[in-house]
Design a protein around this ligand. Structure first.
Ligand SMILES: Nc1nc2c(c(=O)[nH]1)N[C@H]1C(S)=C(S)[C@@H](COP(=O)(O)OP(=O)(O)OC[C@H]3O[C@@H](n4cnc5c(N)ncnc54)[C@H](O)[C@@H]3O)O[C@H]1N2
Ligand code: MOO
Length: 411
């Protein structure tokens, strides 16, 4: 273990490259569009229909020929949304409601507030342009175009777009199956009273929620005793069920830290000890799987340190892109970056610091406020964080400097 401790720290980029190297997208499955919220499209969806399907009115008012504006026009028909209009009789207008189909012959709609009702019909002001208040057929979507690209996360607007085409079934990527292991004999689940030296498992619900928001399904969430053989056995079981095995704790240098050694015995340790804070002892590797389901016969392994903030940051930096690769979703693969003015001063040494910050969007631009206590055991710094400020190695940041931040958006 002495040699391990002298191992040079690896960069986050090298770690991400090793983690994502050779990861293949998971297979596709067809599911009902009504169940597809949060899922990722496995193939592009082509538009089948024009949306809207016909020219229609954007206002409650009167449809007419623009050239016939500036006079009193009798009302020759009434068109509610959903009705089929008749061709517009010359020298007349049609009463029309928002969403109503424009009658053949009409080329504009005048909103009702602009006309004056009279015994003969309505007095329409002059100066009306053709096209006014008409939503043209296909303005939103034209049949045959790519409606949504593969890799789209099906969130609210995309689900609406699918429904707008009458689509009831979609091909989505199978959800990545993740096994979540908690190490540490001192860690117990809420629901039991705390004994001496014990603490509650904060990492499990936190990581489960993050993984789910990154598109995964947590298929196993168990605690592993601080014992080498038991750790090996649990890792074996986990790898057989999952595309990714995520553990917390047990990756540092103490005698009770078995995860890294178990990984070395069963599979392959790609990287350990990273130039990042928090998360230095993070371990990345692969575990062989005894069962195959059409996917590569190995599960990726991410051993997060036990400190809750190290788990939180590690999830955003490693688990989100890993889920992105398994789901073939470019949007998940990379967190959006932004530049903000730092309201704090700090300095770094050999590790890049991912500081939890709160962003303030003001008239003068974006400010990043760091939480006071940035220790990796202080989870309160994450609760209201909406970005990670990325402070490069060996740097000195002064208040007012522009810093790079990663915006913590879930998908
Ligand atoms: N001699 C050294 N000691 C440590 C080093 C080092 O380089 N040399 N690195 C430190 C750093 S940095 C970190 S981070 C931690 C990581 O240690 P482990 O991953 O082995 O994690 P544990 O020791 O198991 O736990 C650390 C800490 O977190 C608490 N914990 C663990 N699991 C949970 C959980 N599910 N919910 C809540 N809290 C949890 C645990 O009780 C410990 O307090 O190592 C440093 N040590
Ligand atoms: O890497 Mo540890 O997470 O700095 O505390």
């Amino acid at each position: 273990m002495g040699n391990d401790q002298r191992t040079e720290l690896q960069s986050v980029e090298a770690a991400l490259e090793a983690l994502l190297d050779g990861v293949l997208p998971l297979g596709a499955e067809r599911i009902s569009a009504s169940e597809a919220a949060g899922r990722v499209l496995a193939a592009e969806v082509q538009a089948l229909l024009d949306v809207p399907p016909a020219d229609n009115s954007a206002m409650d008012g009167y449809a007419l020929r623009a050239a016939e504006a500036g006079q009193v026009l009798p009302i020759s028909q009434r068109i509610a949304a959903g009705a089929s209009p008749q061709p517009l009789a010359p020298g007349s207008c049609a009463r029309i409601f928002t969403g109503g189909e424009i009658p053949p012959g009409a080329d504009c709609v005048v909103m009702q507030e602009k006309v004056e009702e009279c015994a003969e019909g309505v007095r329409v002001p002059g100066g009306i342009e053709p096209g006014n208040n008409i939503r043209a057929r296909g303005r939103d979507v034209r049949a045959g175009i790519r409606l949504l690209p593969a890799g789209t996360c099906l969130e609210a607007a995309a689900l609406g777009h699918l429904a707008g085409q009458g689509i009831t079934e979609v091909a989505v990527r199978r959800r990545p199956r993740v096994a979540l292991l908690s190490t540490g004999d001192e860690i117990i689940d809420p629901g039991r009273p705390l004994g001496p030296g014990q603490i509650y498992n904060t990492n499990r619900p936190m990581l489960k929620r993050l993984l789910e928001r990154f598109g995964a399904e947590v298929v196993m969430a168990i605690s592993v005793p601080d014992d080498f053989e038991a750790t090996c056995e649990t890792l074996r079981q986990a790898a057989d069920q999952a595309d990714a095995v995520v553990s917390t704790g047990g990756v540092s240098v103490g005698e009770e830290d078995h995860v890294k050694h178990a990984l070395e015995r069963l599979g392959r340790l790609d990287l350990w000890r990273l130039a990042m804070r928090p998360g230095k002892p993070l371990a990345l590797g692969r575990l062989p799987r005894s069962t195959r389901d059409g996917h590569a016969g190995e599960a990726r392994f991410v051993g997060l340190p036990g400190n809750p903030v190290s788990g939180f940051v590690g999830a955003w930096i490693y688990l989100r892109p890993l889920m992105g690769a398994l789901l073939d979703s470019p949007r998940l693969a990379r967190l959006p970056g932004l530049r903000a003015r730092s309201t704090f001063a700090t300095s770094t040494q050999a590790r890049r610091h991912y500081m939890r910050v709160k962003l303030e969007f003001g008239a003068e631009g974006i400010s990043a406020h760091a939480f006071d206590d940035q220790n990796s055991a202080v989870l309160s710094s994450c609760v209201e964080a909406d970005a990670l400020a990325v402070i490069p190695v060996h740097s000195e940041i002064r208040q007012g400097d522009i810093i790079e931040c990663l915006w913590l958006v879930e998908n």
